[in-house]
Design a binder for this molecule. Structure first.
Ligand SMILES: [Zn+2]
Length: 299
């Protein structure tokens, strides 16, 4: 994990999954915690090396790679941890993530690895949206739903930095994963559309290096094009009625993806469902039961 200084007093803790650090008057506010205990320890080492006292932790969304270290940080430091409503339920009950991926049933063991099933963290309160003072820091909590149901970004107007969570992905991450995880396509597109108007100079997201305003626009375009392409491929996969697994196979085949792990399959299936529901809300597809199969078809 590398500590990258973004501004006078804002830092990006760069790893497979990034965290953010706001430093002011010898105190630090941490945004996200990395995947696990190891990530938590590395973060705390960086905080100690900066010679600041951790004042609190904010979690942007309840994906294991963003909150999995929170329990360990809380155990070692005792600092309060806050998260947005809805996400908070998963952070306190991490089994909910594999449970929802497995359609509500007790999840198969392939969905119980640490990238899906994180260590729990007992929270000290909710993180509502809006401009507010949290643990002595003046911040903006900005709704960014779509990749997760109630994801937020954390803006620090004092340093013109926005910790953007997984509101967008760098092009190389999109290219690596092909079909990223989204729970709501329309909300994701609205979140992407809202970013250019935010009053920040630097955007430090959950994966990859931070962007300045000028380079961000191209990245946002890349995200929009990828999402619209996947949604269109879902529509194209329905020349005849098909169930969700047939749609997933057609889209993945067209994109020349080869899904190798059940966990990736289930994550991908959620994105396919999000696309199908987006198309349905636009009146382009519909569902029907046929001989005990739930089929999607063009409207
Ligand atoms: Zn995420």
């Amino acid at each position: 994990m590398n500590l990258v200084q973004l501004t006078d007093s804002a830092y990006h803790l760069r790893a497979g999954s990034n965290a953010g650090l706001l430093v002011q008057d010898g105190r630090a506010l941490l945004v996200d915690t990395g995947l696990d205990r190891d990530a938590a320890r590395r973060i705390l080492k960086h905080v100690a090396a900066l010679n600041v006292a951790l004042a609190g932790v904010l979690i942007t969304h309840a994906h294991a790679d963003h909150f999995g270290g929170a329990g360990e940080i809380k155990r070692r430091t005792g600092v309060p941890v806050l998260a947005p409503a809805f996400e908070a339920a998963v952070i306190e009950n991490p089994a909910l993530e594999p449970v929802y991926l497995f359609a509500g049933a007790q999840p198969t063991r392939e969905l119980q690895g640490k990238f899906i099933l994180a260590q729990p963290c007992q929270l000290d309160g909710l993180l509502p949206p809006g401009h507010q003072e949290v643990f002595g820091f003046e911040i903006d909590v900005i709704p960014a739903p779509g990749h997760a149901h109630n994801q937020v970004m954390v803006g620090w107007p004092g340093q013109r930095v926005c910790f953007a969570a997984d509101a967008y992905f760098p092009p190389e991450v999109l290219d690596k994963y092909g079909i990223p995880f989204y729970v709501d396509i329309d909300q994701t597109l609205a979140t992407l559309g809202s970013l250019p108007a935010l009053p920040y100079s630097l955007f430090a997201q959950g994966h990859g290096d931070a962007y300045d305003r000028n380079s961000l626009e191209e990245v946002l375009d890349y995200n929009v094009r990828r999402i619209e392409m996947i949604r269109q491929l879902v529509y194209d996969a329905l020349p005849a009625p098909a169930d969700d697994s047939q749609v997933l196979k057609r889209v993945a085949d067209t994109m020349e993806l080869s899904i190798q792990q059940p966990a990736i399959y289930y994550l991908t299936r959620t994105t396919i469902h999000a696309c199908l529901n987006s198309l349905r809300q636009a009146g382009r597809v519909d569902i029907a039961l046929d001989a005990n199969r739930l089929l999607w078809r063009r409207a």
